[in-house]
Ligand binder design. Structure first.
Ligand SMILES: NC(=O)c1ccc[n+]([C@@H]2O[C@H](COP(=O)([O-])OP(=O)(O)OC[C@H]3O[C@@H](n4cnc5c(N)ncnc54)[C@H](O)[C@@H]3O)[C@@H](O)[C@H]2O)c1
Length: 466
């Protein structure tokens, strides 16, 4: 099936701009065919991939479910630092599941081919490096690193070990983002100059105040290991809030920038083919969720991308607002000289609206024309109509395009499918370590800009702070 699927995806790559109606049915048809091909696939016992998940919290369960939806994938073990989540893993996946609180025990096992790293951000890089060195394929949740200083070493280890390595920003594999990229490259919105992207939320859960277990005490949590990667001055006494709501603390998480800007930048880099920006500036505030967190709940960034051989220069504004009366809503609007591409959610849909500048400059309406004497207006209008043809005076009309993936579409499963295809067939990974770091570093630089109150300069080609 991978050959069939490759052929099919190649076919998608050659399709041209479509009208609203045909694109809708085309999308559904494509997706159905991809599914049929996927479901038909027979996996030989030799093709089985045995996995373990390290970090079995919300996303660990979610990623595991997505991985097991790919034919021929089997869960062998789970690692977590809270006993309750190991117990829950056995409830869901059977009492024979291997469980441990030490990720090295997972990596020692010869019957595990691949690991999903879905821990808090502070552990991503270390565990990914340990796993690659032990010959495992790695699916690392985003952001790839907790600190910019970790990126090049992780890339080096990936190159040295040649491990299959993929970062977990699933929109990069989504059918809608792939189609959007194709249409962007076909010139659907002209020459881009700016992008506006955001996540808005307005709830306790949206602002990371997740439910705490009643037995979440020091006896049931390996607190020392949880903060083992922190320098001595960043170590704290056990606090269930810090453990179960780690995103709210810079010591373990990466704030809204590392958590959410990184999704936005991954999508933007995927569609534009960009390696990253030149300058990054951000502001932020802790406006509402004053629960002890040391990261902002409202943050905005202005990011400049210079002209490269991949794209013209463009500006990006990113925003996360956890106190947004707009509710749970996110978007990425890519704005070009001839239209705007609007991508919502996790890659289920997008729309394109066109808007052209006419050759003729325009006359009348909100203009100075009516402020002149009537005779002068007449002369000006006559001269204008003489100078510009009707066609030059009117912008070409086009219907908006809407592309929507089928209802139950999951970009997560497609992202996992790409990961397992790479393990089985050597197919290149789109969101590899270089891509992952090029999205993570500017996102993390937004935190540096906010905390250090300065503009950050980034060398995207060489992946270094300037
Ligand atoms: N791709 C996405 O859309 C998406 C969505 C949500 C979360 N995520 C990412 O997934 C990761 C996990 O987020 P979450 O919401 O599931 O958090 P969570 O708190 O629910 O789960 C994290 C788990 O990791 C465990 N852990 C921490 N350090 C560990 C270590 N050294 N060894 C083993 N286990 C360890 C903790 O015990 C905890 O159970 C984050 O990095 C987050 O950015 C990605």
């Amino acid at each position: 099936m991978s050959t069939d699927r490759r052929k099919f995806l190649k076919h998608l790559g050659t399709s041209v701009l479509l009208t609203s109606a045909s694109l809708n049915s085309f999308a559904a048809k494509q997706e159905n065919e991809v599914r049929i091909l996927r479901d038909k696939k027979r996996v030989s016992p030799n093709d089985k991939v045995r996995i373990a998940t390290i970090g079995m919290g919300i996303m660990g369960f979610n990623d595991t479910r997505a991985a097991l939806a790919v034919p021929g994938v089997e869960l062998v073990g789970v690692c977590d630092l809270y006993k309750g989540r190991l117990a829950r893993s056995k409830e869901v996946y059977g009492k024979d599941l291997f469980t441990t609180m030490d990720h090295r025990e997972i990596l020692e096992r010869k019957d595990i081919d691949a690991v999903i790293v879905a821990t808090s951000d502070n552990w991503h890089s270390q565990i990914a490096i340990d796993a690659m060195r032990k010959g495992k394929a790695v699916y690392s949740e985003k952001p790839m690193v907790h600190k910019i200083s970790q990126g090049l070493e992780e890339i080096r280890v990936q190159k040295e070990t040649k491990a299959v390595f993929q970062v977990g920003s699933q929109r990069v594999s989504s059918i809608a983002y792939r189609k959007a990229k194709e249409m962007y490259e076909a010139g659907a919105i002209g020459k881009i100059n700016s992008i506006e992207a955001s996540f808005n939320r307005n709830s306790g859960l949206g602002a990371w105040q997740y439910t705490l277990p009643m037995d979440g005490n020091i006896q049931n949590v390996d607190w020392a290991r949880f903060q083992a990667t922190a320098p001595p001055n960043e170590k704290h006494d056990f606090d269930p809030l810090r453990f179960f709501r780690w995103r709210n603390y810079r010591e373990y998480g990466t704030g809204v920038a590392g958590d959410l800007f990184v999704h936005l930048l991954s999508g933007i880099h995927f569609i534009t083919g960009s390696k990253g920006p030149e300058t990054i500036f951000s502001i932020g505030a802790l406006d509402y969720w004053k629960d002890g967190r040391n990261v902002p709940d409202v943050m905005s960034a202005v990011i400049q991308y210079g002209e490269t051989k991949e794209h013209p220069a463009f500006q990006v504004t990113l925003r996360v607002n956890f106190v947004s009366g707009e509710g749970d809503y996110g978007t990425t609007k890519i704005i070009g000289s001839e239209g705007v591409m609007d991508l919502g959610g996790e890659g289920e849909s997008f729309s394109i609206r066109k808007n052209h500048i006419t050759d003729a400059p325009g006359i009348g309406g909100w203009d100075s024309l009516e402020t002149y004497p009537e005779a002068e207006q007449k002369k000006l209008l006559a001269a204008y109509n003489q100078r510009w043809t009707k066609a030059q005076q009117e912008a070409p009309k086009s219907e908006p395009i809407v592309y929507r993936a089928p209802e139950d579409y999951s970009a997560n499963i497609d992202h996992m499918t790409n990961f397992f295809d790479a393990i089985r067939t050597g197919k290149p990974i789109v969101e590899d370590a270089v891509f992952g770091f090029r999205a993570a570093a500017p996102a993390l630089a937004c935190n540096d800009s906010y905390f250090q109150k300065k503009v950050i300069r980034w060398d995207a080609e060489n992946m270094k702070l300037v």
